[in-house]
Structure formats: structure tokens, C-alpha cells
Design a protein around this ligand. Structure first.
Ligand SMILES: [Zn+2]
Length: 621
């Protein structure tokens, strides 16, 4: 509905000359980017905005604090600016008589901190990822779909690059892009680097697919052929699942560095995916991040093309200053999490065992989450803009962005329900073709409401879907919805053996996760990252952020602690944990004798194994 209104304005506003945006990234190795903007303007009052609510980040994370050196000129004269007293992202100027444009220069400092999303570290001496929203101001009141920008980029000598933004021409280290609406520009990041490799992932249904690798070393971008083949499978699997593509061509920008923020951010025609430097080399990080690209790729259909009406800012109806409403993120992110995770084994990126081990970890974490009794799932979505940046301590009490992992459980149960009620004739694959289909061929956006989701599911399989979702969204039961696992023939169980997936998670965490035994997550240096609030350690008085010094009077390391937990099975005395909190030491007696416990999925022979069917390939590889 709002999309149509936005399109009406296009014909009028396309007559405006394009803004020009020149970004000089030759100082990227020292984390400085130089911006020169030429904005069409008319004499009089004008307000320039820095993008605040960043699509896909679901919060006002535009890094305005890193904009420095702002100077504005018109017709050769300096134009004073004044920041708005309330909106820190707005600058007021008075365009002088006779001027038809503004020259705006500023620098952007890419921060060194490797956390957060695009506002976090994005440049090293070897590479950079550029998100255009960090390098521009736009006039208040302009429609992002119809405000044209012509961008150019200068990269350091010898650096290569990749992007979905169509190129007009390139010469040396300068790239001139085709004019594009602000929406498309901000939707089309660029990765560039000294160690760079582009892999052709093939053409499917008329669209080409590319994997652009930027890494901190030559080895980091040396992708093994079998992994490249699995990414090609991923392209084929999405074609078989959705039977449509809403882009011209697709570019994975995969950055491999230990010194940039780690995350994935979706776009219509690309994704900005950032992982550890050795992800293509070492099996541990490779397995842990195997569902990242499938997740971000899925967003091109679920999140970008089909989008909750409350998450359309920066598109047709209003600009990047418009707050987002996250209540349907359990569809936007939750369904994407489910599809991304099942696309990983369908493509060969995970073995079926790795998929099940990952699912067991998700299910166990949610099923023991202390905060379930106060915060219903829906509130984690409504409060998304707060939850991405909250601390990890007492994490299970807070509940974080649970619409991702719990989305996996709920959509698995929806898939199982359709398969059971239709006696195997239909599945969630049919919903994907129906809900995410369309003419395709180019980016488009079609918004939806809760009711639209319920109606589309009902078209695939009649059922009371509104009640199904409402019950799970509003529940304050202490336990997670495990019906999807059970209805697909598996059960969550615990034993004293760590799965390979679990070991890789602990290696990445650099510590021991004893959440389901003594109720403690502890780093190798003894820092207590978190406690399970209803677990034995917390009941003995242990709190997060203290430092574990000794176990049964012996100096702590993770092996000493694991062996002490094993030995306590046949002992009567409690485990003694010496913990340093601030400047004080205290010994806590943890009365626990059940040994180590780690989650797994085990087969339930009484129920057909639908899970194995769900993760089997749809396409021919
Ligand atoms: Zn996502």
C-alpha cells in the first residue's frame, strides 16, 4: 500500500539531477575515508540527514560519531551548518541565493573495534568493506527510491573489488558507477582488498552469481574447490526452493579477517558477510559459519523482497530517519534462520550430523532459558533495536534476539505440521514458492502483515495458523517449543560426550561451556562469561564476570574443571570453586554430582524421520 504511493512520486522526482558522491578510499589502510558530495539544492533552508536506521540492522546504528571534518560550500562560499538540537543525525544549512548545488566534504573514521555490524571495524591494512550509508548525507524529504546518486570510488593501488552496484567504467584504481537510486546505492556495499579473489558460482534462472573473497592474507582467500562446489550447490538449491530470483545478479562479499566486525548483512543483490581469517582453511570456523551465506542469501527473498510492513524504512515510504517496527522479525529473521540452516545440508555445507548437532545446541539453549517465564518471544522481536547490543552476562535471564533460534524451532514445526497434515504431499517448500515467488529479475519489495503470512500458509495447508503462531509468540512456558524436533522423528537428549560441533563452538569461545552440568560458561583465562541462573553454580552464589581461580584447591584450567566434574559423580563432597570478584576471593561449594552433560538429537524410532527428508537436496548437483 505504501509502496504504491512511493512509486507515484518517482516520475516527478526522477527529473531532479543526480547527486554526485565521490569516495576516496586510498587511505583505507589507516581507516580514513574521504567523501565529496555534490547535492542539487535550491536557495533557502535545507536539512541534510545522515542515515540513521540501517536496513537489515533493525536499529538506529548509523555511525554518526565517526563523521568528522564536515565542511559545506556553495557557489565558492562557505555555508555554515548547525546540527539539530534533538536529532543528532540532522544538519541545518541555508543555501545562498544563486546557488544550484552544495559541495559537502567530510571524512569517515572506520572504527578499530571488531564488534557490532557495519558500524564496527570495516578496514584493515589489507582490505575494506564500504557501506555507502556511512559516506553520504541526503536532503530531508527526499524519497530514497527516486533520489539518484552517481557514485565513484577510488581504491588503494593494486586492490581489487567486488559489488552488485552496476559499473559505468573503470580506469586504474577509479571506478565510476552507473547512477542509482539512494535505496540501491545503500543496498550495494563494495568490498576491496589487496588479497582478493572472485569465484564464478554459475548462472541459474537467468541470473549470475559471484563469490568475492577479500582476506587479510593470500592464503585466506584460497578457497578449496569442494567448498566452491558447495556454494554452487547453494545457488541451485535456492533456485529449486523458491523458483524465482528477485535480483539482476548476486554477489556474496565474503571478508576473511580477525580484525573486522563479524556478522552478515543482507541486501537484495548481495550480502556483506564477515568471518574469521582462517574460515576457508580450518574446519572448526568453517563448520560454525556454514549457515551464514545461506542465511544472508535467503534474505534476498525473505526480508528484502517480502518484508514486514514495519521494516520498510529507507525504501519507498520515508527515509532512513524513520524508526523500524520489529514485531514480525520472527518471520523476517526466524524463517530465514530455519531456511538458511536447512539449505546448508541441502548444499553439502553441513553434513546431516552437523545440522542435527547445531539444532541440538539451539534447542537446549532455548529449552533451559531462565527468561522464558517473563519475556515472551514476541517481545524479543518488538525490542530488537535494544537487544543486539545488550551484554552477554545473565543472557538466559535477559533473553536476546531469540527470534532467530526460536524461529528455527517454530518454522521446523510449521514444516512438520504441513508435511503430516498433507500426508507428505506438501511442505514449507510450497509456502516458499507461493509467498516468495513473483516475476523476479530485479529487486522489488512486497510488504506483508501477520495476516498475510497466516493466509498464505492456509493456502498451502488449511490449519489454524494464527493460533499456532500466537501460542508460541506469547508463551511464558519455561520450556521451548520442541514439537518440530519431535514431530520429525528426533528427541533432545544429553550425555557426557561433546559433539564435534560443540568442540568447535568451545574453541571459538576460547573456554568451556558447562551450562547443562554445573551451569557455568568459563573462558580459558578463568573469566566467568555467564551462569545458568537456575543451575548449581548460580545456586551456590557464583555470578558472571568473576574469575575462576581454583577448582578443589587446584589452579583452574578447563581440563582440571571438566575432570573435577567427572570425579564428583562418585564423590559426596561438593565441588569447591575459588572465585575472584573485584579484589575479593571466595570459595563456593557447588553440590553437583551428575557429571558432564552436552545436548544431542537422538532418533525416536516410533516416529518417521522427516528431518532427514527436510535436509535432503532438492536440486540435482
Ligand atoms: Zn538475518
Amino acid at each position: 500500500m505504501k509502496l504504491a504511493l512511493g512509486l507515484l512520486a518517482c516520475g516527478l522526482l526522477y527529473a531532479q539531477p543526480a547527486a554526485r558522491l565521490d569516495v576516496d578510499a586510498t587511505d583505507a589502510p589507516r581507516r580514513l575515508f574521504h567523501v565529496h558530495l555534490t547535492l542539487p539544492a535550491k536557495p533557502g533552508a535545507l536539512t541534510l540527514l545522515y542515515p540513521q536506521w540501517i536496513p537489515g540492522e533493525h536499529m538506529p546504528s548509523g555511525p554518526i560519531v565517526n563523521l568528522v571534518g564536515l565542511k559545506i560550500q556553495a557557489a565558492g562560499q562557505t555555508v555554515p551548518w548547525r546540527r539539530d538540537d534533538i536529532n543528532m543525525f540532522a544538519f541545518h544549512v541555508d543555501v545562498p541565493a544563486g546557488a544550484s548545488s552544495l559541495d559537502v566534504v567530510f571524512d569517515f573514521i572506520s572504527p578499530p573495534e571488531a564488534f557490532g555490524f557495519t558500524e564496527g571495524a570495516s578496514a584493515t591494512t589489507e582490505l575494506a568493506v564500504l557501506n555507502w550509508n556511512e559516506f553520504l548525507l541526503y536532503p530531508q524529504g527526499s524519497q530514497p527510491d527516486s533520489t539518484q546518486f552517481q557514485a565513484s570510488l577510488r581504491v588503494p593501488n593494486g586492490w581489487k573489488y567486488g559489488t552488485a552496484l552496476p559499473i559505468q567504467h573503470e580506469s586504474g584504481n577509479e571506478i565510476e558507477f552507473q547512477p542509482a537510486p539512494l535505496t540501491t546505492l545503500i543496498d550495494s556495499p563494495v568490498s576491496t582488498g589487496a588479497h582478493y579473489r572472485t569465484v564464478d558460482l554459475g548462472n541459474d534462472r537467468g541470473a549470475s552469481h559471484y563469490l568475492h573473497l577479500a582476506g587479510d592474507s593470500a592464503q585466506s582467500v584460497d578457497i578449496p574447490p569442494e567448498l566452491a562446489a558447495e556454494f554452487k550447490n547453494l545457488v541451485l538449491e535456492t533456485g529449486a526452493l523458491f523458483e524465482s530470483r528477485h535480483y539482476r545478479d548476486y554477489h556474496f562479499l565474503l571478508t576473511l579477517s580477525d580484525h573486522v566486525a563479524h556478522f552478515g548483512l543482507e541486501h537484495h543483490e548481495s550480502s556483506d558477510d564477515r568471518v574469521d581469517e582462517r574460515t576457508l582453511i580450518d574446519p572448526g570456523p568453517r563448520t560454525l559459519s556454514a549457515s551464514l551465506l545461506p542465511h544472508e542469501f535467503t534474505h534476498s527473498w525473505n526480508g528484502k523482497y517480502r518484508r514486514p510492513a514495519g521494516l520498510t524504512n529507507g525504501a519507498a515510504d520515508g527515509g532512513y530517519e524513520t524508526p523500524m517496527e520489529g514485531d514480525l522479525l520472527w518471520v523476517y529473521e526466524g524463517l530465514t534462520e530455519y531456511l538458511g540452516e536447512i539449505l546448508a545440508p541441502r548444499s553439502g555445507l553441513w553434513t546431516p550430523q552437523e545440522y542435527r548437532d547445531s539444532l541440538a545446541i539451539t534447542a537446549a539453549a532455548l529449552d533451559t532459558e531462565y527468561g522464558r517465564t517473563w519475556r515472551p518471544l514476541e517481545d524479543t522481536a518488538v525490542a530488537a533495536q535494544l537487544l543486539y547490543t545488550t551484554g552477554d552476562d545473565y543472557g538466559a535471564y535477559r533473553r536476546s534476539v531469540d527470534y532467530y533460534p526460536e524461529g528455527t524451532l517454530i518454522w521446523l514445526e510449521a514444516d512438520a505440521t504441513i508435511r503430516q497434515l498433507s500426508h507428505g504431499a506438501r511442505s514449507l517448500n510450497d509456502f516458499c514458492r507461493l509467498f516468495h515467488g513473483g516475476p523476479g529479475g530485479a529487486p522489488a519489495m512486497k510488504t506483508y502483515t501477520f495476516q498475510d503470512v497466516v493466509v498464505a500458509l492456509g493456502d498451502v495447508q488449511p490449519y489454524d495458523w494464527a493460533a499456532f503462531f500466537n501460542q508460541r509468540l506469547h508463551s511464558t512456558s519455561p520450556h521451548a517449543p520442541l514439537g518440530g524436533i519431535e514431530r520429525t522423528g528426533w528427541k533432545l537428549a544429553y550425555d557426557d560426550v561433546r559433539s564435534e560441533f560443540w568442540k568447535s563452538s568451545e574453541e571459538a569461545f576460547k573456554g568451556a561451556d558447562l551450562s547443562y552440568s554445573i551451569g557455568l560458561k568459563v573462558k580459558e583465562d578463568g573469566t566467568i562469561a555467564d551462569v545458568a541462573l537456575n543451575g548449581p553454580a548460580a545456586k551456590a552464589g557464583v555470578a558472571p564476570t568473576g574469575k575462576l581461580i581454583a577448582v578443589n584447591t587446584r589452579q583452574f584450567n578447563t581440563t582440571v574443571l571438566r575432570e573435577a566434574i567427572q570425579a564428583a559423580k562418585s564423590a559426596l563432597a561438593p565441588l569447591e570453586l575459588l572465585v575472584k570478584s573485584g579484589e575479593y576471593y571466595k570459595t563456593y561449594a557447588v553440590d553437583y554430582h551428575d557429571g558432564e552433560r552436552y545436548p544431542h538429537l537422538v532418533r525416536d524410532a516410533g516416529t518417521p524421520d522427516l528431518l532427514t527428508q527436510i535436509i535432503a537436496p532438492l536440486a540435482k548437483h
